[in-house]
Design a protein around this ligand. Structure first.
Ligand SMILES: [Fe+2]
Length: 383
């Protein structure tokens, strides 16, 4: 790791280390608190979830979040002995098949919560006593927190999938409306642009490495996201499949399920919960196209588009591929298993922690997924 701390440059003051330790402690504490917020109101019955390909059992997933942190920070970075003899057998996502997670001898909910607290407290102790001061050790603390942030978004998706209520503790509970007065495209001239992350940007994932130049023809990208109104026009004119959580009543009115409530369509909110295929079908109808991931990133770096971050994830036309010179970071299963079969999404949704949202960050899912808060930003066809 390099970047946001100055320790690697060898001239740090004690104060900088203290701030950095406090920053790491805050990150770990905050991520774990969010996890607790997202599951603590659920009943034991709600913890029992059906076996669906797109979700994990809550009891397994919360234990996995703590295990990942224990594995990389306490065991790998700090050399501590395992806290649980069965941790690897239960919680290693690379080794425990998805469907097996419903049939494991998992510890009870209260025991799992105690394990989550113990791992967190030991990591915070390690940070406070200086054991994580090196850049490489601090890297794993941050990796564990960002990994937790991703699972926290998954907990929300699971709650939406199962029709559970929106967690009361969430400060933001849906995507904001699109400013429909903004209808124009942003025109970006042909040129050589930099994409990807550089070493001075702080924490980055392996698939963002490294910053490099790309030669891009002129393109025009919508300044606004596609709204529910626009998508409704598309499905009413073409008979295409609606978003997975939409339904039409006998009187013709449309509703959208948001967690446990059916809401009338809110025409100005961005459409979401559509697959990559549906996004492309919309584009064909609208005589538009999806941006490539580099076009999206170039537009994000330039500024001028609305809601690039914090509204809904945005499908791009790009396959999720390694950049030239790619090499795996220590968490080898983060990117490599998913190259070529997944599409790249950019930006970040209302459900995403703001610290996860960066111009170069690459999210990736298979194109069939409809359970994500992912929507559409289009480009002009002749660009
Ligand atoms: Fe994970």
């Amino acid at each position: 790791m390099s970047g946001s701390t100055s320790r690697s440059k060898g001239n740090q003051s004690v104060g900088e280390v203290a701030v950095s330790r406090a920053g790491l402690q805050g990150l770990v504490t905050d991520a774990r608190a969010r996890t607790f917020d997202l599951v603590s109101d659920l009943s034991d019955d709600q913890f029992q979830v059906p076996l669906l390909r797109t979700i994990n059992p809550f009891l397994w997933e919360i234990g996995h979040v703590a295990y990942f942190q224990e594995y990389w920070v306490l065991r790998h970075a700090l050399g501590q002995a395992p806290l649980r003899t069965d941790g690897d057998a239960l919680y290693d996502s690379a080794k425990v098949e998805h469907d097996t997670r419903w049939h494991l001898p998992l510890p009870s909910r209260s025991e799992t919560l105690r394990y989550m607290e113990e791992v967190r407290d030991r990591v915070i102790d390690g940070v406070s006593n200086g054991s994580c001061d090196s850049d490489s050790d601090a890297y794993f603390v941050r990796l564990s927190a960002f990994h937790e942030d991703m699972h926290d978004e998954a907990f929300l998706i699971t709650r939406q999938t199962l029709g559970y209520c929106v967690p009361a503790a969430l400060p933001v509970k849906d995507a904001p409306a699109v400013d429909t007065a903004i209808t124009s495209d942003l025109c970006i001239a042909a040129g050589v642009y930099t994409v990807g992350s550089s070493a001075d940007e702080g924490f980055v994932f392996d698939n963002e490495k490294w910053a490099h130049s790309v030669n891009v023809p002129e393109f025009r990208i919508a300044r606004s996201l596609v709204t529910q109104r626009e998508f409704l026009n598309f499905i009413e004119q073409t008979g295409s499949r609606p978003p997975v959580y939409w339904k039409r009543e006998k009187d013709g009115s449309w509703f959208r399920r948001h967690f446990d409530r059916w809401l009338p369509l809110e025409p100005d909110r961005p459409v979401s919960n559509i697959s990559w295929f549906q996004a492309n079908a919309y584009c064909r109808w609208a005589q538009r196209r999806l941006p490539t991931e580099f076009e999206w990133e170039i537009a994000a770096r330039r500024g001028g588009c609305e809601q690039m971050f914090g509204s809904v994830w945005q499908w791009t036309s790009s396959d999720f591929l390694p950049y030239a010179g790619f090499s795996e970071d220590p968490y080898k299963e983060y990117s490599t298993p998913w190259f070529r079969t997944h599409k790249t999404l950019r930006g970040g949704g209302w459900s995403t922690r703001s610290r996860m949202m960066r111009q170069a960050y690459r999210n990736f899912y298979t194109p069939d997924r409809t359970d994500l808060w992912a929507g559409i930003r289009t480009c002009a066809l002749d660009s």
